[in-house]
Design a protein around this ligand. Structure first.
Ligand code: NDP
Ligand code: 8X3
Length: 251
């Protein structure tokens, strides 16, 4: 079995790669940070005696995405599961003070990137007459929160694309799952707050957030169900978080 995971250099993507590798899946892992990607590939191959193919590209670069995926060796084109995970938030500002550059980054990464990778991988799945696309959404797709503006919009687009993909791909027997996590402690907040560790750490104070391993376990469960069963839309939060807005923190 082969899984293709975007954004495997940290957080969810890295944990998902480890989870599937531990269960003997061969992995195609992608990201921009080459050193991290190659050292993860080496580590997983040694630890689990499976094959790992690292591909370095920016999901926003359409040509690079298509070139890398179209030139996969035939044996790597038998992709069973695609996890569109690369993404994140940049900035958490009111709409009038937020930066257009940040808005571009969020839309291009979370939305365009997912479209480019999916369009490149789908022909293989259609030819193989099976496949499963798992898109990483967010509670930000479900509840619009203050200063979430364009990140909420990007993840709402991920949700809408997942729903319409599921309809269009019915004749091809391809499953489409959207996973919508709440607060999980990864590099997400460090990226969102542009390297401000204090602000990032504060997001996870006063309660137990989800971990990347929690999301990896859930992703593995979704991918392990029988062929006639598909989890369409899955929202998961820490127990201390009710939705995209309400938390119970003990500070
Ligand atoms: P991390 O910041 O830890 O990981 C993000 C991953 O995405 C990295 O591997 C990064 O790799 C990759 N990535 C980012 N931009 C690009 C790009 N332009 N091209 C290629 N790869 C890219 O965050 P998480 O693991 O938490 O986030 C994973 C996904 O889960 C994201 O889509 C995020 O929006 C979503 N999410 C996160 C939640 C959380 O609370 N943590 C909750 C809900 C959803 P590199 O920098 O090497 O390119
Ligand atoms: C990440 C979770 O609540 O910061 O998608 O939007 S949140």
């Amino acid at each position: 079995m082969i899984i293709f995971i975007t954004g495997a250099t940290s957080g969810f993507g890295k944990a998902i790669a480890e989870k599937f590798a531990a269960n003997k899946w061969n992995c195609i892992i992608t990201g921009r940070r080459k050193e991290r990607l190659f050292s993860l590939a080496e580590e997983l191959q040694e630890k689990y005696a499976i094959q790992v193919l690292p591909l370095v590209f920016d999901v926003r670069n359409r040509e690079d995405v298509l070139r890398n995926i179209n030139s996969l060796p035939a044996e790597w084109k038998q992709i069973d599961v695609l996890v569109n995970n690369a993404g994140g938030a940049v900035g958490r500002d009111s709409f009038e003070t937020g930066l257009l550059d940040d808005y571009d980054t969020m839309l291009q990464t979370n939305v365009n990137g997912l479209l480019y990778v999916s369009k490149a991988v789908l022909p293989f799945m259609i030819e193989n007459k099976k496949g499963h696309i798992i898109n990483m959404g967010s509670v930000a797709a479900k509840d619009m929160y203050q200063f979430g503006n364009v990140y909420c919009a990007a993840k709402a687009a991920v949700e809408a694309i997942s729903r319409t993909m599921r309809i269009d791909l019915l004749p091809h027997k391809i499953k489409v799952t959207a996973i919508h996590p709440g607060a999980a402690e990864t590099e997400f907040s460090l990226v969102r707050f542009k390297g401000d560790k204090e602000k990032a750490d504060a997001v996870y104070k006063g309660y137990t957030p989800l971990s990347a391993n929690d999301i990896a376990d859930i992703t593995y469960y979704c991918a392990s169900l029988p062929p006639h069963v598909c989890i369409n839309d899955l929202v998961v939060t820490p127990t201390a978080q009710a939705d995209g807005i309400y938390f119970h923190k003990e500070l």
